[in-house]
Each structure stands twice: as C-alpha cells, then as structure tokens.
Design a binder for this molecule. Sequence first.
Ligand SMILES: *Cc1c(COP(=O)(O)O)cnc(C)c1O
Length: 383
Amino acid sequence: MNFLPYGRQTIEDDDIRAVQAALRDDFLTTGPKVVEFERRLAQCTEFAHAVAVSNGTAALHCACAAANIGPEDEVIVPAITFVASANCARYLGAKVVFADVDPNTGLATPATIERCISDRTKAIICVDLAGMPAEIDALAALAESNTALLIEDAAHSLGAAFKQQALGQAGAHLATLSFHPVKHITTGEGGAVLTNDAALAEKLRRFREHGIVRDADNWQNESPGPWYYEQQELGFNYRLPDLACALGLSQLSKLERFVQRRNEIAELYAQLLVDLPHVKPLTRPGYLARSAHHLYVVQVDFDAAGRSRREVMQRLRDAGVGSQVHYIPVPSQPYYAGLGEDVARYPGACEYYSKALSIPMYPALTDSDVARVVKALEAAVCG
Ligand SMILES: *Cc1c(COP(=O)(O)O)cnc(C)c1O
C-alpha cells in the first residue's frame, strides 16, 4: 500500500526533458527562460509585471522592501499562516500586528484586519489560506483609505479566481507566489512577486539583485565605460536560475489541469465527508468563485470524538495516510511570544487551530486514493 502524503509535486517526463534541454543552454542563471517565465506568470495571473525570485519567502521580503516598510512601521498579518508571512516584515524591522481569523475559514477578514489599523500601518499582508483568496477588493479599499499597501501572500492561490476575476484584477498592490514542491507548480525552490505598478516592479528587480540599477537612464553618475553598473541601495541575491525557470515554464503549462484536478478531488472529499461525524470541510467564503485548493483542511471536533489530534494523525499514518496541521498560530511561536505576543488574544485563531487537519491533496491522487483517505479518517476519528 503506497503512502499518501498531505501534498507533493507532480513531475512528468516533459518536465524532466525541459530541464535537460536547459542544462545545455548558454545560461544557467540569468537567461531567456527567466524572462519567458515572468511573462507567462504575469499573463496567467493577469498582473502587468512578474518578478521571479529564489523562493516564496524572498518574494515576501522583496514585496515588503518595495512597499518601503521600515522600523517605524506596522504591518498587519493574519494570525494563521506560515511564519514567513510575518517574518518578512521583521526583516525590515517593522512591528507585526496580528489580525485574528474567522474560525470557520481560517481567513483574516476586513473586520478583523480593520481593528488592527493604526496611523503607523504601512501594509496589510493577507493570506489566501488553503487556496481561498482573502476578500481582496475590500482589503485593497481598506488599505488605500489608510494610505497603506495590500500585499497578498498568494502562495496557496495560484489558479484561484476571486469573484470570477484572476488574482491580478482583484486589487492587491503586490502579490507573492511560492514554487516549493507542495505548491501548485514547482521549480524546486522558487517564488515570484506580481504587481500592476511599473515603479514597484522596478524596485522589486533592484532589490532582487544587490540594489543594482541596470538602466543607464537612471544612473546617478556618468558611465565611465561599458563595464559600468551602479548600486544605489542595499539589495540581495534573490535571483531564480534559468534552469529552475525552465522547469517552471513546463509546470506552468499544466497549471489549469492541476488546479482542475484539485477541484475535482475537493468535490469528491466534500461528498464523501457529508456523513462523517465530527469532521467537516473548511467553510468556503460566500464571495469565492474558485479555490485553488492548495490544501484540503478539515475541521475535526476532537473533543466530541474523544480522540486527540495526535492519536488521529498516528492512526492515519498507520493506514498509510499523511496529514499535517496548517497552521500553528504564529503569535504562539516563541519568537513572537518573546516580542510580547500572547496567543490568547486571538480566539478565532485558537479555535481554528484546535480543529484543523490537512489531509492529502495533490493532482496525482486517484478517486480511489480519496476514498481510501476518507475511510482511514473515519476509522481514525470514529473507529
Ligand atoms: C510556502 C509558503 C511561503 C514561503 O514559501 P517558500 O517558497 O517556502 O519560501 C510563504 N507563505 C505561505 C502562506 C506559504 O504557504
């Protein structure tokens, strides 16, 4: 019996051929595949600009830098997310102000975020948990009326539709992607920042590459010759190699098929879970047109079932089914507790966390795999 992890990459023969071909090209790092991958990413998300970077965390760091976040600023971040969504503000010395979440969706809402706004708010980072976009249009309006930027951590939502619109039309000033193997498409490690604003795109490119300005029209000094380049601020090496972009391009051509299959799996889960006591799928927000279903999170009433989460996860593992918890509330992490956070201030996040369990979700799961997961879950929770 094969083990079913909670998530995994889908690599096919043509992906392997694409990487092999790229290995014979002239450029392994900065080459034509980077430009082409960025063009295709912008096209499929309907953003004007895409900047490929070395991973999703770097993408968040670049987005925060482009938003000019600094030590005097506050950045609002949902209490339920991966730690990177908050850490990016800390890299620039800003204070993270956590927003509580709706316990039924795990999403921070315009109401929970509005409560966190102060005159120091520089940016709102929203997270499209499990593949469900946050309420982007309302959050963008909230950001704008407080002269802040909306940064959408879209690591979970490539291929989602917000109110029938692609993510680029929904209103975020900057959006970030990750191409880690469990995400929708992979480049091994990789990420990207998306924006409709040309000036922000220029800042992102500069920050990605040491703070170096390539365009001679924007140099401060006169060029002494063809070897010249100019570093105008402090940046990093956050480039994504051409080799990785070759894989990304091949993967991106399959995005629609992958997301379609994820939606089919989600529908099957929803049908099979209807009669399962103490277990229900995460609630979909009313405005959601299409989830990208990065994760399949169920809410388990462990107390009512009389089974601990640890026991349920062990029983699932014994049945060959992987599971995980997305996520531990970030304010409860010792690093943030050390900055004065107390997770008890986030009752929605605590309630969400107490029930959350991610079960297998990736395009290669078959219908019979899905049935096997639900049987194992039933035995683990009720058996
Ligand atoms: C995966 C992920 C990231 C970070 O991406 P990496 O590519 O692993 O650095 C950031 N935010 C969220 C919500 C993620 O799921």
